[in-house]
Each structure stands twice: as structure tokens, then as C-alpha cells.
Design a protein around this ligand. Structure first.
Ligand SMILES: [Fe+2]
Ligand SMILES: [Fe+2]
Length: 263
């Protein structure tokens, strides 16, 4: 598609400032996809590097995890896998790129497998699962609502919607899981639950690497010639970073509120 004229480009109010890639909010001549991806990687790293370790993941401070905290976490994780089936399902219906559509079909299959593995393990440990479950704290639900509903915003162009959702879920959340959160989680899980650690090491983590790569591919291969998509990408990366950081910040108070203080 040809470069859009400046007047057709929506300018969003920047969510974050002072990071690599600020210029993407007002870009008119699109950069190539490789350069875009690299810049967004730098922006993400700069954001998380500006935070203390305790705010980079909600698994910080999980050493010596109690049984109740583990069950609470597994229920939330089971639910997260369901959400991870639903989000690509929304994108697959409108995605204008054949290869990405097929990648999303594969992702849905894999997330379904994660759902079953983690739910079954939760049940083996004596935990409960029911389909009405919803996580009981608002910050978590807000992060998930961001990639499902995209701020309640209606995109006339399906490419913009797919880019926004891929940036939040695949590049933002799953990318950070792949790079930082899951290796940390795996170390903790090894100390308390070998089966869970095996599930993550052998199945979930390799699949997550692929899910992250879908986000990278969308940005690199499908945003290279469109300034409007590059603006959407930076805006939704920022929204994801802010929402994800809020989740991490909210965990200690959440655990306290429901009486999970040990470990
Ligand atoms: Fe998953
Ligand atoms: Fe995933």
C-alpha cells in the first residue's frame, strides 16, 4: 500500500515519553519493517530496564511458594490460556495475511494444549477449576481486556486491529514472558513442583517462543510500508507496557487482600 498522506494519519497522544521510538507517534515516512521491529524491541527493553527487578514480573518474590499461592496462580494461568485461545480467534477471522492467519490457527491449538495441561495439573494438586472463573483483581483483567477489546476501539481497517492485538499479546506480553518472565518462573517452579516445571520447559516455553515470533513477524513483514500501522504499533506497545507494569505492581497488595502472604 502507498504511504498515506499526513492528514489521513491518526495522531495518538503519546502514552510514554523519553524512550527509543518516540518518533513513531508522528511518523509520516514509514521505516522498513526490520528497523521498526528493532526500534520497538529497544523501546520495550528501555521501559523494563527503567523499572526495579521487583516490578519486571509478578513472579518476583515467589521463592518458597506456598501451596495456596501455587493453586491460586495455576487457576489464573489456566484462565490465561483460555484467553490466549480467544484472542487469536478474534484476529484469525479478520487477518488480511494468509501466513499470519495460519500461524494464529497453530497458536490456538497450542494454547488449547496449555489449557488442558495446566488445568489437569491444577486438578491433580487438589485445586478447583470451573468455567465461570475470572481472575479476582482488576489490574489483571484490564491487561487482558486490552488485547481482547483493544480499548473498545473500532478499527475500520482489519490490518490495524491485527497489528494492535499482535503488538499487545504476541510481541508485548508473550515476548516479555519469553525473554524474562518464564525463565524466572521456571527456576521457582523447579524448587516446588517438578511436574509443573517440566510442563513449562518441555511444552509451554517452546510454544511461547513461536507465539512471540508471530508478533515479530507481523511488525517486520506487514508494517514496513505503512506509517499508520507503525503509529498503531507504538501506541499499543505503550499501552501494553503500562498495563503489564500495573499488574506486576498490584500483586503484593492482591496477595495480602486474599490472605496469601507466605512465600
Ligand atoms: Fe499458552
Ligand atoms: Fe502463548
Amino acid at each position: 500500500m502507498a504511504v498515506k498522506a499526513t492528514e489521513e494519519l491518526r495522531t495518538a497522544k503519546p502514552v510514554l515519553h523519553g524512550l527509543p521510538g518516540d518518533e513513531l507517534y508522528t511518523i509520516t515516512d514509514p521505516m522498513d519493517g526490520e528497523a521498526l521491529l528493532e526500534l520497538l524491541e529497544q523501546r520495550r527493553m528501555a521501559f523494563w530496564n527503567s523499572k526495579p527487578d521487583a516490578e519486571k514480573s509478578h513472579y518476583q518474590g515467589y521463592s518458597g511458594i506456598s501451596r495456596d499461592k501455587l493453586l491460586n496462580s495455576l487457576r489464573r494461568q489456566t484462565h490465561a490460556e483460555l484467553a490466549a485461545v480467544h484472542a487469536p480467534d478474534v484476529s484469525v477471522q479478520i487477518c488480511p495475511w494468509q501466513e499470519i492467519k495460519m500461524d494464529y490457527a497453530r497458536q490456538m491449538n497450542e494454547e488449547g494444549r496449555h489449557f488442558r495441561l495446566i488445568r489437569d495439573h491444577l486438578l491433580e494438586l487438589g485445586g478447583e477449576w470451573n468455567d465461570e472463573y475470572t481472575p479476582d483483581f482488576p489490574e489483571w483483567n484490564q491487561l487482558f481486556a486490552l488485547f481482547m477489546g483493544l480499548d473498545n476501539r473500532f478499527f475500520l481497517d482489519p490490518a490495524r486491529e491485527v497489528v494492535a492485538r499482535a503488538t499487545v499479546l504476541n510481541f508485548g506480553i508473550e515476548g516479555w514472558d519469553h525473554l524474562y518472565v518464564q525463565p524466572l518462573f521456571l527456576k521457582i517452579a523447579r524448587q516446588v513442583d517438578e511436574t509443573l516445571a517440566d510442563i513449562y520447559e518441555e511444552v509451554v516455553m517452546p510454544d511461547e517462543t513461536f507465539h512471540f515470533s508471530i508478533g515479530q513477524r507481523v511488525l517486520r513483514e506487514h508494517c514496513g510500508d505503512r506509517a499508520d500501522l507503525q503509529r498503531v504499533a507504538v501506541e499499543y506497545l505503550d499501552k501494553q507496557l503500562v498495563a503489564h507494569h500495573k499488574v506486576n505492581l498490584s500483586f503484593p497488595a492482591y496477595h495480602k487482600r486474599i490472605g496469601l502472604t507466605e512465600g
